[in-house]
Design a protein around this ligand. Structure first.
Ligand code: MG
Length: 386
């Protein structure tokens, strides 16, 4: 077995963790971030990811990514990155597993509706909601709310935050995870890289899901330089590939794309870290963002993202489903706001009704939201799931 590598000086050393908001005695020989990972994996919110949309709504097919399989893919890639850069592998895995815990049902459709409905009541941001899930909504402990995760994990979960909400967080928890959005500093390198692992992962798996759905074709994708070049290279390497199925050609191309994107990211990040020479993680937090692709690769990733936006996320079929999903969330919001007794006890008893409605809906899986919508309105939102 390979000996674990020594962590880089600028990594988040578990023994130097800034700790938890509620002090706890160290219960076992596990590191703070291994304990965090176990708490995330055993949370209710984590299991719900199984039935939450990534791009395609849960009932559209069993083989599309869900938020759970997406999060597992991000975690796997994050671990590879951590090993190659001598960073904290447990921490990166934990941030990846937890990064989407606050996502409402139906992907961006759910998020857009909650953001609009909550605008006059303190707003809704899904990254902030992920933090709220681990800090407050999960309740496995007797003496405090939340999972009581370490600072480093919570810092990574809160990858974006408006200034207004950051100031609010800072008032509640001075020098906490909101601070960097006020000071305009960066998070740990582990957090920076999980963010890019997320981007790399969804760009690649959305190509796969797009092809599986029939909304994208290899010919369409060939127009994307990053894809076209790797597909031609795959065929040049193995001439038998051209006569094989579209899926085999796709997998051969995606494998090459993944390796190319990962190698570029690792090499470019390592080079920038070497030039900046941070003394430790706090020094690194004060520096410009060090994780990233080379300029050429960054441009190609942007081209791919633009292509997916145009050809997949804005495809009439996806847009139609999204519009129906928006209506479901909007109508659920109306229903629970006027009849809070329809929610479960812990939500209907909350003093802040709008926030309770928002938390209740944000926690739902796609299929629970659809069942509730049908129960409360008597209508079926999607003909396909009858
Ligand atoms: Mg994600």
């Amino acid at each position: 077995m390979a000996r674990p590598l020594e962590l880089a000086a600028w990594a988040c050393w578990p023994q130097c963790s800034r700790g938890r908001r509620h002090p706890e005695p160290m219960a076992s020989g596990a590191s703070a971030h291994e304990i965090d990972r176990d708490r995330v994996v055993h949370s209710t919110a984590f299991r719900r990811l199984m039935y939450k949309t990534q791009v395609f709504v849960n009932h559209e097919g069993d083989l599309f990514r869900t938020r759970l399989t997406h999060s597992l893919e991000v975690a796997q890639l994050s671990r590879s990155m951590a090993r190659r850069l001598r960073l904290n592998e447990d921490l990166m895995e934990t941030i990846a597993l937890a990064h989407d815990l606050g996502h409402p049902p139906f992907g961006h459709a759910g998020q857009d509706v909650l953001a609009r409905r909550m605008a006059p009541h303190g707003g809704f941001e899904h990254n902030l909601q992920s933090l709220r899930v681990v800090d407050a909504l999960e309740q496995p402990f007797v003496h405090f709310d939340g999972l009581n995760l370490s600072f480093e994990t919570r810092e990574g979960i809160l990858k974006r935050c408006s200034r207004l909400h950051a100031e609010e967080l800072e008032r509640e928890d001075p020098q906490g995870v909101g601070r960097r959005f006020v000071d305009a500093t960066r998070p740990s390198l582990e957090a920076q890289l999980v963010n890019l692992a997320d981007e790399l992962t969804y760009n690649l798996h959305d190509i796969d899901d797009g092809l599986r759905s029939g909304l994208l074709t290899l010919e369409l994708l060939d127009a994307v330089p990053l894809f076209g070049r790797q597909r031609r290279a795959a065929v040049a390497d193995d001439p038998g590939l051209e006569a094989s199925s579209a899926r085999k050609q796709l997998f051969a191309t995606l494998r090459r794309m993944a390796a190319g994107l990962l190698d570029d990211l690792i090499e470019h990040t390592a080079k920038r870290v070497q030039e900046a020479a941070p003394r430790d993680v706090d020094d690194l937090r004060r520096m410009p963002e060090l994780a990233g692709w080379s300029d050429d690769m960054r441009r190609e990733v942007k081209d791919l993202a633009r292509f997916l936006f145009r050809e997949l996320y804005r495809h009439p079929q996806v847009v139609q489903t999204t519009a129906a999903a928006r209506r479901v969330v909007d109508e659920l919001f109306d229903q629970y706001s006027s009849a809070p007794a329809e929610m479960t006890a812990e939500y209907r008893e909350q003093a802040d009704r709008q926030r309770a409605v928002c938390d209740y809906i944000a926690g739902m899986t796609d299929r629970f939201a659809l069942r509730e919508h049908q129960r409360l309105t008597g209508r079926q939102a999607f003909a396909a799931c009858s």
